[in-house]
Write a new protein. Sequence first.
Length: 274
Amino acid sequence: SVPAPSLIEVQSNERLQEKKIGAASVEKIELPSDQQIKKENVRAASVQKVERASNKRIEEKKTRDCDITNGRWAYDESYPLYTNTTCPFIDEGFNCMSNGRLDKHYIKWKWQPHDCDIPRINYYQEGDQVLPRLDVFTAFKRALMTWASWVDKRINPRKTQIFFRNSAPSHFRGGQWNAGGHCAEATQPLNEISGFSYPEKNVIIEDVIKQMRTPVTLLNITSLSEYRIDGHPSTYGRNKRYSSNIQDCSHWCLPGVPDTWNELLYFQLQSKKE
C-alpha cells in the first residue's frame, strides 16, 4: 500500500508536464510566423486597394450620373478665373470692364450642381493630380517639354530639319493694351533698345532645346524685332467703323517685320542645303 501514492504522484507529474507541453504548443501555434504576417499585410493592402478602387468607381458613377443642370449659382470669392488684364483674347464687344462697367459682383458667381462638382476650365491635370492654378512659365515649359519629347521620338533628323522661332516683342507705351497703351506715334524704328530685357520665355525655349537629342535651329527674332516699334497696326488694325481707343502694339502689319523672319528662315534652309 505504500508505493501507490508514489505512482500516482509520478503519473500526476507526467500529466502536468504533458499539460505544460500542450499549453506551450498551443501558445506556439497561436504565434503567427513572419510569412503569415506578410500574407496578412498583403491581404490587408489588397482589401484597402479594392476599397479605394470601389470608392473611385462609386465617385465616377456619381459624377457620370450627376445632373449638372440641377444646381444653383454660388458666390465664390476665388472667381474670376481670369480678368480683362490677364486674358488678351477678350473681344472688345465683350470686354465689359474695359468698356466701363464698375460693379464686379457678376464675375463672382459659379455654377454648383447639387450632386457633384464640375472642374474649373483652367484646371491643369498631370497624371492623377489636378491643380487649380499653374504658373504660366511652368505651363509653358511643360508644354515645350511635351513637344520636345514628341520630336525626339518621332522625327528623323536625317530627313527633317527642325526650326523653332522664339517670341516676338510688343511695344505698348504708357500702359497695357487695355489701359491706354499706345504706339501710333512711332513712324521710325528705335535707335537703341538699352532698356530691353531678354524674355524669360526665350530662356525656357533655349533650355529645353539644349536638352533635346534632335538638332533644333533656333530662329532668334526677338532682339531685331524689338527695334520695330513702328511696325504694329496701332490704330490701323480694324475697320474704321469699329474704331476704339485700344491700339494693337503686339501684332504686326503686313507687309512688314514678319517678312524678315521668313527671310531668316530661308537663309537657314539655304545654308544647311549647302
